[in-house]
Each structure stands twice: as C-alpha cells, then as structure tokens.
Design a protein around this ligand. Structure first.
Ligand code: BGC
Length: 756
C-alpha cells in the first residue's frame, strides 16, 4: 500500500509545474544573479543549496574548537557548500568567530567563482553563541511587554551583535503560535495570539533587517517554522499535528504573511507533519501557498536533517534519494543537511536523471545568491572587528533590562503585599532562585542552555539580584528543592520562620526541542511540597515562576500572597525582578499566554463560545490566569469608550478611543488591549479576539486618550471555503471593563445578525 502511495507522490511531484508564483520583472540585481548562475556548473549550483554544520569542517576530539582546514577545503572546493551553520560545542568569543568566518570566507575566495558562504546562527534572544553578548528575554516574555518598540530595538541590537560576530544570517524569529502549553518550544514563541505574534514578528524582523540589510549592522531574518509546527497533538516536539486548512489559515498563517510583507529574507520549514503530510515534502505549503499566495521570494531552508527524516522518521520516502527529490521539487531551496554531503550527491544525480528540473535548481540558487548579494557578502564577506564598539555595552544591557522589566507579569498581589520594604528579612528559596538557566532558558551559550551558570559571566541570578538590592545580611537562601527532588526542606522551613517574607522561586531549568518534552504539565511534586510546607509557617509567600511554559501550579499558588510570572527573562531578568519586588520598578507585563488551572483544560483565550460551558457547568473555561492578565502597583481607570460611528460600511475606518487614567500614586505603564467579538457568523466565531494594543505611560493622576483604527479587514475570518471574509453583522468592542457595539454592513458578504 505504501509503495503505491509513494509512486503517486513521485508522479504528482514531477507533473505539477514547479512554480505558480506570479513573475515579477527582473531588476538589476536579478540580472546580476542570473549572469553568475549562467557561469555555474551543476555541482556549483547544488553546492549553493547545501548547508553543513560547523562540526563537519572542525577537528573532532579536541577540547577547544578548531577548524579542520582539510575538511574546510573539501567542503568548499569539492562540494562548493553555500552555507555553514551553528556552533560546535558552546559559545565563543568574538575573536574566535572572526577566525572561523575569515578562514571560511578565505577558502570560499579561492573557489573558481569566489562565492561567499552565508553563515547562519540561532541568535534567538540575542547572539546566543557569542560570549559577552546581550541576552534578552525569550520571545514569550518579549511578547508580554506588549511593546513593539522595545521588541524592535532588541532586534536591532541582536542584529548589531550578530554582525559583530561576523555572521549575517539569524534563524529568528519563531513565528509559531504558542497554542500548546506542553510544547517544549512555547517559550520561543510570541505567545498564543495570532495578532500578537504577527505584530511582534514584524517588529523584530524590521529590527533585524533595518532599511538596508546589507549594511554592517543588520542581518537577514529567518521566519520559522513554516507552518503549523507548534501544535502537535501530543504536545511533544516534532510529533504529528492535525490542523484543518481553515484553521491553518485563520491562526497559523497570518504571522508568516505579515513577515513576508515586512520583508523577511528567509524562511525555515516546520519539521513536523500535518494531517499526515510532512511539510518538507508539501508542494502545497512550500510552493502553492508560500510562493503563490504569500508571494515570498526569499530562501526556504529546511530544518535540521529534515530531508533525511522524510525517509528515516516520516517514512514517506523509500530512499534518501527519493527524499531529496520530493523536498526539492516541493520547493526547498537549501538543505540543512547538516552532517554529510549526501544531499549534494543525490541532487546532482537527480538532475542528471531528469527527476529534478534544472529550472527548479536555478530558481533555488537565484534566491540564495540574491540574498548573499543583498547582505553585501560579495564586497564584505567578513566584518571589521573595530566597527562594533557597542557590543555587550551598558547601553544594550539597559534595553534588555527594560524589556525584562516590562515583561515580568504581576498576576496576584493580595493586600498590596508587593512591593516589599527594603528593610525586611527575606528567605529566598526554590530551585530557580539561584541559576541563570531559569532566566535564560534554552539557546543560551549552547543548545540546551545548561552552561549558562558558567558562561553568563557577571550576570545575576534572582538570589544575587535580591542580595544586591537589600544587602546580603537581609537574605537567607535555602534551595529547599532541586527541580524535582526535595533538598533539606526542613532548613528552608526553619529559615522561613525567621523571615518577614518568603520569595519562593519555582519553575523549570533550561531545555529546548525534544529534550524538553514532558508527559505532565504539573510542576514536579517536590516543588509543590516545598510550597505547601512553607505555607504552614504563615509567612507571606511571594511566588515567582521562572519557566518556559505555564506549568500547573494551582495548589502551590493558592497559598501565595503575591504571584509573579518571570518567564525566561534573560540575563537581566534577576535585576528586573529585584527592582519590581522592592518597588524600584512598576510591573507592566501582561500574560502572552493563558495560564491553565488544570492539566486537562488547556483552552486558549480565543476559545469558542461552546467552550465557555453552560452557566451551571463547573468545567467551562476557567484558567488560573487569562491571557492579557497583568497588575501594576498603580491603578488604571478606563472610561469613555467611544466609536466614531455605530454602522461601519465597506471601505470605511472605525475610530475607537478610550480614556485611561492613572488613579493610583505611582507612575506606571499600561498595555491597553482592544478585543472584538462577532456575535453571529457562518463559522462559529471565537469568543473574542485581540485586534489592537498600545502601551502607554501615565504619571499619577494623568489621563491619556488611546485611539485605535479598525477596518473590516481587522474583523475578518477564514470561512468554510478557506476564503478570508468579513461578514456583515453585529460586533462588540471590549477594552478593559468597557464595551460598545457596532454593526458592520457589507455589500458583498451577507449578514448573520440574529438569524441562521
Ligand atoms: C531547530 C531550529 C534551528 C536549527 C538550527 C533545529 O533543530 O528546530 O529552530 O534553527 O536547529 O540550529
């Protein structure tokens, strides 16, 4: 049976035209690229499509990283590799990166056509693999700032420091939708909401790429992982997803569509399979939708080994060679092979056998070379070490500190427990209190982030920051538990008796990808036990959650006087948290994900009306904290929600305004979130959806009017024939505790108001 299926796929691939994209007129750069392609042999072209990891050109069995010049020569001269990626081992200093990149580009300069190599790296929250770089909060925390400007700025700084590491290509941002709290990469996302992901994604991409991606301070962004990677049915990484096309278009596609509009130069493909189809072999996804509908004309690179996995894991290719044929014909431009040259060998053979058309090869190579030209690699294959005086500077550090401060989210503050007074004695306890791993997360200094305590030199854990803030004499530290085992819990409980307050730091250590898979979203029992024992002392507990995903903490949290979500807030996260705990900063983060109360109730806030349950149903939508929750040390009052018209016609703009007043006694920032609900629609509408947001700063007593503009496009959804439409009918706008209704009147799409 599988054999027949495979033959069908092979047939389909060969008979379907390779490109459905509308042809744009060739500009001067296209002509330059074509002129170069005209000089290239088949092997030189296929080499450009080949990407290997740094290990392939490095010495093995050495304690510190060294390039292997013979292997490098083989990679360039024999296989003409177009790209190299990653780090071998863990982070290097700038000097070592300079040596690596210079040697690679020198070798490339000796090849017949002198085509520079494009080096790629996962600088996903700052330049992960360069020592002394500025590490920002992970994306899930950046989204919680609800501040596009700071996300953009973080993108600019990361680009600067990536170029300062002589690398022009960043495998970031993750634009996957953080819908599944179990998924071990949810912290790499901008949260669960499509609008938030889309707007934050565009903000960071324009930061990475600037106005001129080819100058010495910008890099090519790589939006990933196209498409639907983040919602595996099991919650485990790289396991199958079931996502209907309509939902794919409604929730998962918009961030990528927006990123294409923002000019993202490259894209990485989802390693998973959706509805049984691995995306790396999906011509529908990689060509029809990506090129035909989204009009993306940059490079589509595979994820790690994913062509080989079409054979080894997905079992849709009977041989490795078939796998190469399927992927390249589906629309892959570059293969992150990354450990060998089999892709090169098979692809050369496949072209000679007529199984992959030369037009497909030329198209892929055109995209790759064009980005290399745009990045300025032909003129400047290696940067100048003196051009980056701000690398790792205080100026950059302060931006990371501000981002962490605006991300950290105050979820509960009974009787104004926080901020704490500086003169008190505190117990700091819990497994995440004294490790940088719980602030930085995965992709920090090495893949799994477990070197952070050694390599985040001069950076403060939560404990260190608190000690610096209020003096060591006022702080007792007892871990009480490791991540999943009790550790001298009696010492922690006894210390609590002598403290005025307990700062209990629970959560996770670093991980990423499959290494972070879990079978149970609950916090390990030992951590809950620690919380319950400490609660018996009657001392106020300030629960700090330093974690990459919302682990279930309901029992422990029921005993806290205050609760703070610290996410993975990066190298400055400890200082930002200490500032918030002791009132030197006012929190303004809002949850970028829904925090579930129970392990088996994992709805996103944009649930369907049906998921709300009946009024007498105790099992309806009832998270511990909803998406968008976030308290402040001041109070904000919303009033006078106003719209400029109660009937919105096709083509018109609805202007929405609301007054926000700081009614408390301290200055504070507030993220103003605008949601809409459609009352009736042909597809069951979501209960509510975020359509706009804006972050403002208010002094005590100050009032600001916040204005948003909406058009019918902002109210659209994907209907039962996969078309994006706005149906006429009744809508409600909600901002804070205010709401107002209006009617949208469409000339083209019928109204569903009050009838079915
Ligand atoms: C990850 C990607 C990453 C790539 C290169 C893969 O395992 O899924 O997100 O960019 O490795 O490091």
């Amino acid at each position: 049976m599988r054999r027949v299926f495979l033959n069908l796929i092979g047939f389909a691939v060969l008979t379907i035209p390779v490109l459905v994209q509308a042809q744009k007129p060739a500009d001067a750069l296209d002509k330059k690229v074509d002129a170069l392609i005209a000089k290239m042999t088949l092997e030189e072209k296929v080499g450009q499509m080949t990407e290997v990891t740094l290990d392939v050109v490095s010495k093995s069995n050495v304690s510190t990283h060294q390039l292997d010049l013979d292997k490098l020569k083989e990679a360039i001269m024999k296989y003409h590799v177009g790209s190299i990626l990653n780090v071998s081992g863990f982070a290097y200093d700038r000097k070592h990166w300079y040596d690596i990149i210079s040697q690679i580009q020198n070798e490339a300069g000796k090849d017949r056509l002198k085509i520079p190599v494009i080096y790629g790296i996962d600088a996903i929250h700052g330049v992960t693999y360069t020592l002394g770089s500025t590490l920002f909060p992970q994306e899930i925390a950046m989204a919680a700032t609800f501040n596009r400007d700071i996300v953009h700025k973080a993108g600019e700084i990361t680009a600067y420091e990536t170029r300062a590491s002589y690398i022009p290509w960043n495998y970031s941002p993750v634009l996957d939708l953080g819908k599944s709290p179990l998924w071990p990469r949810i912290y790499e996302t901008f949260g669960e909401d499509p609008y938030l992901v889309k707007t934050m994604g565009a903000a960071i991409i324009t930061g990475y790429q600037g106005n001129n991606v080819g100058d010495k301070y910008h890099v090519a962004a790589c939006m990933k992982h196209y498409l639907g990677y983040s919602y595996p049915l099991s919650g485990k990484d790289r396991t199958p997803a079931w996502i209907p096309d309509r939902y794919m278009r409604e929730y998962f596609l918009p961030p990528f569509a927006e990123a294409v509009k923002a000019g993202a130069k490259t894209l990485m493909i989802n390693s998973g399979e959706i509805n049984g189809v691995p995306i790396h072999a999906s011509k529908y996804m990689l060509t029809d939708v990506l090129r035909g509908e989204l009009h993306f004309d940059g490079i589509a690179v595979t994820d790690w080994r994913d062509i080989q996995y079409l054979h080894d894991r997905h079992h849709i290719a009977a041989t490795q060679k078939d796998a190469v044929m399927m992927a390249v014909n589906a629309g892959v431009d570059m293969s992150m092979v990354p450990y060998d040259y089999t892709f090169f060998t098979y692809l050369v053979e496949l072209v000679k056998e007529g199984k992959v058309p030369m037009s497909r090869i030329n198209q892929a190579v055109h995209r790759i070379l064009k980005v290399k030209y745009e990045l300025g690699l032909f003129e400047r294959p290696v940067g100048n070490p003196d051009d980056y005086p701000k690398f790792g500077s205080d100026e950059f550090r302060n931006v990371s500190l501000q981002a962490a401060t605006e991300a950290i989210t105050l979820l509960k503050n009974n009787n104004n427990t926080l901020p704490l007074k500086k003169g008190i004695k505190v117990l700091v306890t819990g497994p995440t209190a004294n490790t940088m791993r719980s602030l930085d997360g995965g992709w920090s200094y090495n893949w799994q982030g477990e070197m952070a305590d050694k390599l985040a030199v001069g950076k403060n854990t939560i404990l260190k920051s608190i000690e610096q803030k209020i003096g060591k004499d006022n702080v007792t530290y007892q871990p009480g538990a490791s991540f999943d085992q009790l550790q001298n819990i009696d010492d922690a409980v006894n210390a609590a008796k002598n403290a005025d307050a307990i700062i209990l730091c629970l959560g996770e250590l670093s991980y990423t990808e499959n290494v972070g898979n879990i079978d149970d979203l609950s916090l390990p029992v030992a951590q809950t036990q620690l919380a319950l024992e400490l609660a018996k002392t009657g001392k106020p507990i300030i629960l700090v959650l330093a974690e990459g995903r919302p682990r279930i903490v309901t029992d422990a949290e029921s005993h806290s006087a205050a609760t703070i979500m610290a996410y993975l807030s990066g190298n400055e996260g400890g200082d930002a948290l200490a500032n918030i705990l002791f009132g030197d900063a006012n929190p303004s983060g809002r949850l970028s994900i829904t925090y579930p109360r129970y392990t088996n109730s994992l709805n996103n806030y944009y649930r369907k009306n049906l998921e709300n349950g009946n009024p007498d149903d105790k099992h309806g939508y009832n998270p511990l904290y909803e998406f968008g929750t976030g308290l402040s040390y001041t109070t904000f009052n919303y009033s006078n929600l106003h719209i400029n018209k109660t009937e919105l016609m096709d083509g018109e703009t609805l202007t929405v305004s609301v007054e926000v007043k700081n009614t408390g006694s301290v200055e504070g920032k507030d993220a103003v979130l605008l949601y809409t609900s459609q009352m009736y629609a042909s597809i069951a509408p979501d209960f509510k959806r975020l359509r706009a947001y804006n972050k403002i700063n208010l002094k005590p007593g100050e009032t600001k009017t916040v204005t948003f503009k909406l058009t019918s496009k902002d109210l659209a959804f994907v209907n039962d024939v996969s078309k994006t439409v706005t149906e006429g009918g009744d809508f409600k706008i909600m901002i804070g505790d205010q709401s107002i209704s209006f009617k949208y009147i469409s000339n083209t799409v019928p109204s569903r108001t009050g009838r079915l």
